[in-house]
Design a protein around this ligand. Structure first.
Ligand SMILES: O=c1ccn([C@@H]2O[C@H](COP(=O)(O)OP(=O)(O)O[C@H]3O[C@H](CO)[C@@H](O)[C@H](O)[C@H]3O)[C@@H](O)[C@H]2O)c(=O)[nH]1
Ligand SMILES: [Mn+2]
Length: 763
């Protein structure tokens, strides 16, 4: 498929972002941290418990900083040159594109449909693409919307291609009006498309409230009658099949709707389970060597995405290094306050990408099918084909059935995929429907390797990083590309209960992997092919939950010390050391933000949110996995609520939209509900306020308990800093409605705070 010729320029290039100045700053901070720790050790005897706790917390922070420094040491990413693809590759490989949705209320079907439309319209031969939608909600409304969207796609896709439209998700595209310089033909087409899109929206909207729409339509909806989201048999429907044909219709790739079987007594493994059904069904129908998966809200923002990803895969396979298992794009967002995530991806993301390769982020990720079938890098020969040993080991039929399940068609498609062969051509996709339904059954995976070594791994609510650690442990690398404008844009909940829930789920999911005997990165590094620094990268992510403990303590220490009249911070030179560390850290992170075009305010919000999420959400992740390990309850994947935002204007990048201030007008305004997650934050603010008030009134233990002297201005400043960082909570105490902290949370926090004050004063 790839016509390699060394005289032609490469399809992609690795770009290194090594910055010696940043390395020097990192090392300076490390040096200061260690000198501080040493000082703490030397003065341990002269001080009391607070000193020991501070030492423990600062050791944890230093360890995290050390890990981060290791991970960020050699940042890199790939730059693809899709314009070179055509002269190098005559026969592009096929790509199966997956969209998952789970709940028609929390994930409005019109949003799902927009994502699907943006995928259908990418710049890639339509006969090489297929779009599979997995609906865990088993919703006739989603299916109806998809059918309607297919009709619209037949004019939308040709329109996008004819006019080289960049943003191919209609809800974003139509935010902008054509400029006066556009041709009249374009303007006419534009008006027509806009009115057709509005019709589509109206139909979906009408059907949302009135189910007769799909029942009256035809018996196509029969399969949905008497179903419940958690109790129904497998549904597979070919919504549209691209049979070549003539005219515009041949521009629309296959569209297949899937709702895997669900039964109340079967655990369905959330998104990982859905992804594995998608892999199997697509394997039987189109069996493309590459797969793309996106969350239902992550539309394609750059029509060349598939071509860009293929540049990486195809270049790597012509360079005799067939080691790239997946290509990950960063997750970018068109709404809400996500600057922190963007900065994290730009620095940590590239850092990890420069080691063994980017982590899989679950959306905007292109994967090689045969890697997902569990093979290791060692199983490939120099020519990129399965080695003879691996062929013998993998392709024995009884073994395949044991690993992949008892479906002849499935086993045959796996054999083809592993050998990079196409499935035999059927007259129609519908021929495979029965077999496809069979692999969507609950019990298909019983006693197989699905979720263990094959496909997306089970056992964690962050199935994406779980799968990714499995892949890297088998010796594969991955690549990271972050084109400008961003390739995918998604939605993120605003600051409040939804985002707290999401952070808690992420942190719990990561802890599940850390403590998983088979997939923990330690096993991957010691017994398998995970490199040392890649192991550190995973550790950095997997210990989010554990970091909540020192953070919580450190937020309470200034208040405790102020009341207890004991020194939290050293005196003299070493106080200077602490101030320098904090100062450099602030400047460093501020620089990271500003160099990506974000404001000081956005940096501050991120610092504040960083503390809130660790002391509130991450803390509860420990509780979640404790319950799981005690066998009391399973960790839960609550789907994040997505809304279609009314945004004023669409522009090149997410960043510039944030600059015009529109989607961010409520930024900093935090929402609250009765969830216990908000208790630690409220408690922290109350305690620090109480300590400050007490201090100003001279309320504290009279004599310091140790020789080094008592608390003073430094500790008071610490309290002020903590309160500043928890500003959303402070504001929340005086607000009403969704912006106010509920009285029940306030009273619980107040009672705890009283206990804390009494404890600090008396102990
Ligand atoms: O039982 C389920 C639960 C979720 N989903 C889908 O999974 C996707 C991600 O869910 P979302 O609620 O948007 O989670 P986020 O936290 O926003 O997603 C991030 O984190 C997840 C892991 O926690 C990854 O799966 C995602 O890819 C990643 O974008 C959505 O398309 C859902 O429809 C399912 O298909 N079935
Ligand atoms: Mn999401």
């Amino acid at each position: 498929m790839a016509e390699s010729s060394s005289s032609l320029p490469p399809l992609c290039e690795r770009i290194s972002y090594t910055n010696y100045f940043l390395r020097a700053v990192d090392l300076t901070i490390l040096g200061l941290l260690f000198s501080l720790l040493l000082h703490r050790i030397l003065l341990m005897r002269q001080n009391d418990t607070a000193w020991v706790v501070a030492f423990f917390c600062e050791s944890c922070f230093s360890f995290v900083w050390l890990v981060i420094t290791f991970v960020k040491w050699t940042p890199a990413e790939y730059k693809p040159y899709p314009e070179r693809l055509d002269e190098r590759i005559h026969d592009l490989p096929s790509v199966d594109m997956f969209v998952t949705t789970a709940d028609p209320v929390r994930e409005p079907p019109i949003l799902v449909v927009n994502t699907v439309l943006s995928l259908l319209a990418v710049n890639y031969p339509a006969n090489k693409l297929a779009c599979y939608v997995s609906d865990d909600g088993c919703s006739p409304l989603t299916y109806f919307s998809l059918k309607e969207a297919t009709k619209f796609a037949k004019i939308w896709v040709p329109f996008c291609k004819k006019h080289s439209v960049r943003v191919r998700a209609p809800f974003r595209y139509f935010l902008n009006h054509p400029t006066a310089t556009e041709s009249s033909e374009f303007s006419k087409d534009w008006e027509m498309m806009k009115s057709e899109y509005e019709k589509l929206c109206r139909k979906v909207e009408d059907a949302t409230g009135d189910s007769h729409w799909f029942h009256a339509d035809d018996d196509d909806f029969e399969a949905f009658s008497n179903t419940k989201p958690n109790d129904h048999s497998a549904i597979v429907k070919v919504v549209w099949e691209n049979k070549g044909g003539v005219g515009d219709e041949k521009e629309v790739p296959h569209i297949v709707y899937i709702s895997r079987e669900k039964r109340p007594n079967y655990f369905h493994n959330y998104k990982a389970g859905a992804m594995n059904v998608l892999i199997r069904v697509s394997g039987m129908m189109t069996n493309a060597p590459y797969m793309l998966n996106v969350d239902c809200d992550m539309y394609v923002n750059e029509a060349d995405v598939v071509r860009q990803a293929m540049c990486i895969f195809l270049q790597k396979s012509t360079m005799n290094s067939n080691d790239c298992a997946f290509v990950q794009y960063p997750q970018d967002f068109y709404d809400s306050n996500v600057d922190e995530l963007i900065v994290l991806q730009a620095y940590m993301g590239r850092g990890i990408a420069g080691i063994q390769g980017s982590l899989c982020a679950g959306s905007g990720c292109f994967q090689s099918r045969r890697v997902m079938y569990g093979i290791s890098l060692d199983d490939l020969g120099a020519d990129g084909k399965l080695s003879s040993v691996a062929t013998r080991d993998y392709l024995a039929e009884d073994l395949l059935a044991r690993e992949f399940g008892n479906s002849k068609e499935m086993v045959a498609s796996v054999v083809n995929a592993l050998q990079r062969k196409l499935n035999p051509q059927h007259s129609s996709l519908t021929v495979s429907i029965e077999a496809a339904q069979e692999v969507g059954h609950c019990d298909h995976e019983n006693q197989t390797s699905w979720g263990k070594t094959v496909g997306w791994l089970y056992g964690s609510t962050t199935e994406d990083v779980h799968t990714s650690v499995g892949i890297h442990s088998r010796g594969w690398t991955s690549s990271y590309i972050s084109p400008d404008p961003p390739a995918f844009l998604g939605a993120m909940p605003p600051g409040g209960p939804e985002v707290m829930l999401q952070q808690r789920r992420w942190a719990a999911g990561m802890l599940e992997i850390l403590f998983n005997k088979r997939t923990t990165p330690f096993v991957g590094m010691i017994f398998r092919k995970l490199t040392f620094r890649q192991c550190l990268a995973y550790l950095w992510a997997f210990t989010w939950g554990l970091r909540s403990i020192p953070e919580l303590f450190y937020c309470l220490l200034p208040a405790y010390c102020l009341l207890h009249n004991s020194a939290l911070f050293p005196k003299g030179v070493y106080l200077g050391v602490i101030i320098t560390i904090v100062g450099i850290h602030c400047l460093y992170t501020l620089w990271e933000f500003m160099s990506l075009g974000f404001s000081v305010q956005s940096w501050f919000i991120s610092q504040s949110f960083g503390r809130i999420k660790s002391t509130c959400c991450w803390l509860f992740s420990i509780y979640d996995i404790t319950l799981k390990f005690l066998g009391i309850s399973k960790t839960n994947f609550v789907v994040t609520k997505k809304t279609m935002p009314e945004t004023r204007s669409e522009s090149g990048s997410a960043k510039s939209q944030r600059e015009d201030g529109c989607p961010n007008q409520d930024s900093g305004k935090f929402e609250f509900d009765g969830s216990l997650c908000f208790l630690p934050g409220t408690f922290i603010v109350l305690v620090n306020l109480a300590a400050l008030v007490g201090h100003s009134m001279g309320l504290r233990r009279s004599s310091p308990s140790h020789k080094e002297g008592g608390s003073g201005l430094a500790e008071a400043c610490g309290c002020v800093l903590v309160v500043t960082l928890f500003l959303p909570f402070l504001k929340g105490m005086f607000e009403k409605g969704k912006y106010g902290i509920p009285l029940s949370t306030l009273s619980k926090a107040a009672s705890l705070a009283v206990l804390f004050v009494v404890f600090s004063l008396g102990n």
